[in-house]
Design a protein around this ligand. Sequence first.
Ligand code: URA
Length: 408
Amino acid sequence: MIVDIINKKRLGQELSYKELDTFFNGYLEGRVKDYQMSSLLMAICINGMTEEEVFSLTKIFIDSGDRLDLSFIDDVVVDKHSTGGVGDKTTLIIAPIVASLGIPILKMSGRGLGYTGGTIDKLESIPGYRIDLSDEEVMKQVQNIDIVITGQTASLAPMDKQIYALRDVTGTVSSVPLIAVSIMSKKIAGGADKILIDVKVGNGALLQTIEEAEELSQLMKKIGAIYQKEVQTMISDMNTPLGYCIGNSLEVMEAIRILKGEEMGNNLTKLCIDLSTELVCMAKGVLPSDAQDMVMESLRSGAAYQKFVELVKAQHGDLSKISVSRKTKIMKANTTGTIQEISAIKLGELSVSLGAGRTAKEDSIDYGVGIELLKQVGDKVKKGEGIAKIYYSKPVRLQNFNDIFLIK
Ligand code: URA
């Protein structure tokens, strides 16, 4: 009985492959209801999973769909993934850099999860951009231009698509085993040879401690080993938002400025350079210093930006039509001093309340809203000076937002 499986997990007991299979495939086939799945997910969040359960569930997720066979591509195909953060538009920057260096990158991205944004939502802010390529289109495009960023194709880990949307709205996102299963099932099904995962830690991330980030990294490497995939991880900070912009169109526009080499010094650019360097090392087996030189040259020469333009064109997007809301308000400093902290989680929550993310599965996104930071941590400000610009479409009450910035 379905309820017995929920009870077993509630009591902290290990579920067998057969029990997990019955439950999860029952959900996909409509026999297990949303409320029963939500209950099991919450029990997993609270009681965790054994490694054996994680390996079983990953297999169930992978087997729920097809696996792409990229063996017809001679080069090493790479993939990257982030566990998600606020203002995290790294994929939009890293994928074109790497592809501009002749390294095929096939990225199937997801939607926002909780207060963390999703690459697919960001790309959909480019009018016309197709995020629903078929397996055949994905394979053709990666062969032709070395780069694809699309949504999970319908046939790839469909189980994850369903569960991901449910986790987003049931408070069940921050679970190390569920994150490991979700990410690795997609990565294995996606067919890349080598996978780099950016594991984020901090108040704006799904994980709050380094210990959890290390546990997740180890677990994902173990899953990769079962499927003969090289998995590397990089743990990075998510207490402060990445870059200056949060919100879908705003983030695409910021990524373009970085790809053009216009914003080289901030935390976002530095992280993108580090992650791209690691991917180049993995794919080409070169020294980190040589890989970094190649990455910097791609940004300096405009090759990374050209590759992004090529990607958007191939997927029918029109960059000239991207837009942000015309209604804006400036948020002002409530005291004089130096900015000590900018809370990623509070900015993430604010962006969701503006309409840049979802609070229910069926919610639609307002692509033009968001927040542009006018100052960064370490900047001095005077009382009344503008510290952030809010792009909104429905009324906002700015006096609630003073606790986002710690100024002393
Ligand atoms: N990214 C994913 O793909 N899945 C998760 O569960 C969390 C981040």
